[in-house]
Design a protein around this ligand. Structure first.
Ligand code: KG4
Ligand code: ZN
Length: 347
């Protein structure tokens, strides 16, 4: 079954074609990063308008790079939440038009559930049903969410932990701004941290919050701000240090920040896996592209770990197509009256 997946929940217009939930044919992403970078964050109005410009060409390119035509598509899948309402509408309406004109089913996908299914697109010998089995202890860490979700089976989720303030990706983005790095902040913090070669690193506090699987990242963000102010890195342009010295300090602080955020996520995810006797660990969402997080979880988990290729961690249409396959199999049906739901929950 060939499924075309459309994703427009934030600042990526994305289309993917996937067969039977795991075989990836194409994954085309029209990124709006350059548009939003000058504002230091996503501007919803600009995102909505850019999706309208990009959606048709992205669908055509998604099909062409899969070597398919519209007639080869059996199901059209689309993110209908959570996300920015104005951004979601473009994807949803395009999907409705395709489904209506091709006379094929429409499947509405929860963006967060899509992030989970990206894990089985990297190695098509593994499917959710053969490896490593349920239940799975899942971390979704993105620009809007930091959730610990127990996946008990297809479509059966329990939210067991979440951030009480900033999402991990949001914290990375804000930290990058303090350190004078670009947008989005996650990849910039990672690059700066990889330049750090010292051992006696600066330390930032971790909010362990005993007896809960919830997170809090606002404290570490404020601690980084104070550290940057003490060292005259922030506000930028106030330091008497030369550029090389500033760059060294920035990379050390980026390392300390990345280490603090990843540390808490890894410890709580492993704790959750133990508590719920999970057969495996799964991570997804933009922050799962982080090399330090990937390294730490693989090193410390003690049970099988599923992580998508970095390009499938950040928002994409292939994960939406992958997820929709299992929704279709369990008989879910969506009509042309389907509306967007900006705060659609999972679990
Ligand atoms: O899943 P995603 O593409 O969009 C949302 O659903 O929010 O996640 C975007 C977030 C951004 O905050 C970005 O800074 C973060 O993921 N991110 C990273 C990395 N790549 C993207 N964070 C840390 N390290 C990375 N390599
Ligand atoms: Zn996302």
């Amino acid at each position: 079954m060939n499924i075309l997946g459309i994703e427009t929940s934030c600042d990526e217009t994305a289309v993917g074609v996937v067969t039977d939930g795991t075989i990836l044919h194409s994954n085309i992403i029209a990124s709006q990063v350059n548009i939003h970078a000058q504002y230091g964050g996503v501007v919803p109005e600009l995102a909505s308008r850019q999706h309208i410009r990009d959606i048709s060409a992205t669908i055509s390119t998604g099909l062409a790079s899969a070597g398919m035509q519209l007639q080869d598509i059996d199901v059209v899948a689309v993110t209908y939440g959570p996300g920015l309402a104005g951004a979601l509408i473009t994807g949803l309406n395009s999907a409705k038009a395709l489904s209506f004109s091709l006379d094929v089913p429409l499947i509405g996908v929860n963006h967060l559930e899509g992030h989970l299914y990206a894990s089985w697109l990297t190695d098509s010998t593994m499917t959710p049903d053969n490896a490593p089995g349920f239940p799975l202890a899942c971390l979704i860490a993105s620009g809007g969410h930091t959730d610990l979700i127990l996946m008990e089976n297809h479509g059966i989720y329990k939210l067991v932990g979440r951030t009480r303030d900033d999402a991990a990706g949001e914290a990375f983005d804000k930290a990058a701004r303090v350190l004078g790095l670009g947008f989005p902040g996650g990849p910039e913090i990672q690059k700066a941290a990889e330049r750090y070669v010292g051992t006696d690193t600066l330390k930032l506090p971790r909010a362990w919050m005993k007896d809960t699987l919830d997170f809090s990242f606002s404290g570490v963000k404020t601690a980084l701000l104070h550290m940057a102010q003490d060292r005259e890195i922030y506000p930028s342009g106030t330091s008497n240090l030369d550029d090389d010295h500033i760059s060294l300090l920035v990379s050390e602080m980026a390392f300390a920040f990345q280490e603090a955020v990843v540390d808490v996520m890894v410890v709580k995810l492993i704790e959750m896996a133990k508590q719920y006797k999970a057969k495996g660990i799964l991570i997804g969402g933009g922050v799962a592209a982080n090399s330090w997080l990937r390294h730490q979880i693989l090193d410390k988990s003690g049970i099988p770990v599923l992580i998508p290729a970095p390009i499938l961690c950040t928002d994409n249409g292939a994960m939406i197509a992958a997820c929709a396959y299992y929704q279709y199999l369990r008989g879910e049906q969506y009509g042309l009256e389907l509306d967007v739901n900006p705060s659609l929950p999972l679990g």
